[in-house]
Ligand binder design. Structure first.
Ligand code: FES
Length: 57
């Protein structure tokens, strides 16, 4: 499912970045991919996916 329409980022891509790079928040995620800096509508959903991916690890 697409989370960030502006940059075409899926939930799977976010989960992969958290697992591969240890991104624990949006700022760290932005160091490895473009996300959330256009309209900002995806920010809360992105943080939820980061949080649930960390909990599942
Ligand atoms: Fe992510 Fe617009 S949907 S910045």
């Amino acid at each position: 499912m697409y989370v960030c329409m502006c940059y075409g980022v899926t939930d799977k891509a976010i989960m992969q970045a958290v697992e591969d790079h240890g991104a624990g928040n949006l700022r760290e995620l932005r160091e490895v991919m473009e996300i959330g800096s256009q309209c900002g509508k995806c920010i809360s959903m992105t943080q939820q996916i980061i949080d649930s991916t960390i909990i599942d690890e």
